[in-house]
Design a protein around this ligand. Sequence first.
Ligand SMILES: Nc1ncnc2c1ncn2[C@@H]1O[C@H](COP(=O)(O)OP(=O)(O)OP(=O)(O)O)[C@@H](O)[C@H]1O
Ligand SMILES: [Mg+2]
Length: 370
Amino acid sequence: MNPFKYGQIVGDAHYCPRLKLEKTIKGHIVSGQNILVEGERRVGKSSLIVHTAARMKGYRMVYIDINQIKTTNDLIARIVNALISLDKQAGVFEKVVKMVSHLRPSLSVDSFSGDPCISFHTNEILPPENVESLLDFIYGEHKNRKSIVVIDEFQDILNLGNSDQVVAMMRSRIQFHSDMAYVFSGSVRNDMDRIFYDPDSPFFKSAIKIEVGPLSREAFSRHIIGSFMTGRRTLENEAVESIYCESGERPGDVQELCNALWSITENDTSLNQADVADALQVVFSREKALYEHSVSGLTSNQLRCLVGVAHLGGKGVQSGGFLKFTGILHASSVKKAIGRLVDLKILYFYKKEYIFNSPFFRTWLKHSNI
Ligand SMILES: Nc1ncnc2c1ncn2[C@@H]1O[C@H](COP(=O)(O)OP(=O)(O)OP(=O)(O)O)[C@@H](O)[C@H]1O
Ligand SMILES: [Mg+2]
């Protein structure tokens, strides 16, 4: 079986330990300190949090993923479903269902996990006070059994039409839950910073920030080499270098490339740089349709800028050199086009540089005839 997984939270043998960060997170949770976990996409935030919280003896984790929520109803459903998937036996299920019965929920069974699942089929927007009661309910349970509340992709709270009201209300409840730790995680830095560092935001400075960077090379290399060894496949040093180089060291991208490398090689072999180059082609063929779709929706200036960033990198995009390469006359046009590429989540801005969300997309674009 392919030992490399990507695009999902990893645990057990797929998880490379991050002892220092795990220890820091544990320490904060024990002292009831709320934390904010930030880092780039696919760097391993969710896996780190879930791995750490799930291993804390005497605690249970309420994991609420609010990715892409659009309404308060979605938020309420995510919290309820997190609760009912948590503790079916302990009577929590019945209590939660009773709590939200006035909202006329529909109960179904999740076809993937087999867990019961609640949704609200109503056009009416449910009042945010229900979020308040659910958070209070979790806190009430915390007195019997300690809880850690993880809210993942927290920046998506800003999608709600009434986000100001919901954010303010959540903060006002959370501050009374002082001995129960909330872990907020998100991958859209600007939005997370808006919530936690804007003096006008109710969450201003309400959580300690933990920055998640790439895994240490030493530990991750050992982990990758060990995973290949499960098929008695050895990696030449240049192959390891090449994996890091192509994937920009991001754990999710490293695992994706390794998954492709595994898929095209045999047990009891030694893998070299040429194998990694072949694996990269596999990644391209898996993702080509996505890349082409992204490119097809761009205006001419946006595409020129994207190709420019692919070739020249994302620093100084308003410089003369960048304008010359792209053939765009005005720096203001570049600014506008790049802004749109950020909105489309193809690029993001970090430490004064525009960076491709996917390093593979960048390489593909560089070598395409576009
Ligand atoms: N500790 C780890 N050891 C090995 N691989 C990891 C680790 N953490 C993350 N990964 C790899 O990165 C991928 C993404 O992990 P995860 O979903 O935890 O990241 P994330 O930062 O939460 O991503 P997103 O920004 O998309 O929410 C995993 O599927 C896995 O391939
Ligand atoms: Mg995540």
